[in-house]
Design a protein around this ligand. Structure first.
Ligand code: MRU
Length: 363
């Protein structure tokens, strides 16, 4: 991987992941999120293995951003066996998408984006015998996934902002901001959009153990946008609610089943329980690409298990005795009954029923 160190600019959004150059010789460029907030560095991925590693190691993370990175990664793969024939491009792309599917299991956006890349390669390969045309079409599809995500973020922001009132405290968990999408975030889009409408809100960001996406990424994003934010440890959320500091919770999602059960970063379920106990609305902001209507309920959502060292050696320093047993699921599933509403790019789903989800998302 070649590394290019760039100063963080103050644009309203961050270019989390993108394609640099042409379909023939371009590459994937992404922010290495493992180094934030201390270091703002772009990494250039020039083959599928590098994209796979970047997704696995959370250099790029957040459900929509993973899907976008994988879509561009599929194009890198498509070129890997030479670009002399449409057939070799098509079979190389299939090999790449098969590999990228193994990087992380929970966020359905990854599989949704790779399905699209597989489909476009199949369809276009049957329509053209020109390898250049095929590569261009593959790039166009990956760019479309990115552009559509940008539009979805903006729309989620607009719908969600209606649910917040001026002066409210809003708690969020993990990072569902610009770093997790192509533009504006999902949960944070709601906050950005409310602030753009002139509503002052104060955000409470859970630090999000064990990898601290809330502390390292959400706090960073909000601070550089000038939005008031207070960082808390995960185990403080209930107390902060009891003290009356929080009037709404907004989180993102990695996969939402047909009945509304929602997988998101580990700890989200506890936040939902605490919100219910304090009668605080609990909103999930997610694009339609995060819904998986093939799963009847959350019990069959695959939950990623990660390296125990993320808990015992957080950021390199031993914080537990050598040889201790560890359980490290990266996500949990919040039952639909605890969720007040889904905020999607197509509108708000409230109350949550199978039928309401199918009607808005199922087409
Ligand atoms: O393990 P991560 O950092 O990829 O987990 C991310 C989350 O859980 C986000 O809340 C989710 O992907 C939504 S991002 C818009």
């Amino acid at each position: 991987m070649s590394v290019d160190s760039t100063e963080a600019d103050l644009r309203p959004t961050v270019e989390t992941v993108g394609w640099v150059g042409s379909a023939h010789d371009g590459f994937v460029r992404l922010i290495d999120q493992t180094l934030l907030p201390g270091t703002f560095v772009h990494i250039d991925c020039k083959n599928v293995d590098q994209v796979w590693e970047a997704i696995k190691m959370l250099r790029v993370r957040g459900a929509p951003a993973i899907g976008i990175a994988a879509a561009f990664g599929a194009l890198l793969g498509a070129r890997s066996q030479g670009i002399d024939s449409v057939d070799s491009i098509r079979s190389a792309l299939k090999q790449a998408t098969t590999s990228l599917r193994t990087s992380r299991p929970t966020a359905v956006n990854l599989f949704w984006a790779l399905d699209r890349m597989d489909r476009i390669a199949e369809t276009e390969a049957s329509r053209t015998s020109d390898p250049n045309t095929l590569l261009e079409r593959i790039l166009t599809e990956a760019r479309a996934i990115q552009d559509e995500d940008r539009a979805m973020c903006r729309s989620i922001g607009r719908f969600g902002a209606e649910l917040l009132s001026p002066g409210q405290g809003v708690l969020t968990h993990c990072n569902a901001g610009g770093l997790a999408t192509s533009d504006y975030g999902t949960a944070l889009a709601v906050i950005f959009s409310a602030v753009e409408q002139g509503k002052s809100v104060h955000v409470f960001a859970d630090e999000t153990r064990p990898l601290l996406q809330g502390a390292r990424l959400t706090a960073w994003e909000l601070q550089r946008r000038g939005i008031p934010v207070t960082l808390i440890c995960d185990n403080m959320a209930a107390q902060v609610m009891k003290e009356g500091r929080v009037q709404a919770v907004v989180v993102g999602a990695d996969r939402i089943a047909a009945n509304g059960d929602t997988a998101n970063k580990i700890g989200t379920y506890s936040v939902a329980l605490a919100a219910r106990a304090h009668d605080i609305p609990f909103y999930v902001a997610a694009p339609s690409s995060t819904f998986d209507l093939t799963l009847s309920d959350g019990s069959s959502i695959p939950i990623e298990q990660r390296d125990p060292r993320e808990i015992t050696h957080g950021f390199g320093h031993a914080t537990a005795p050598e040889g201790i047993q560890v359980y490290n699921p990266a996500f949990d599933v919040t039952p639909a009954a605890l969720i007040t509403a889904f905020i999607t790019e197509r509108g708000v789903i409230r109350p949550i029923t199978r039928e309401a989800i199918r009607n808005l998302i199922g087409s």
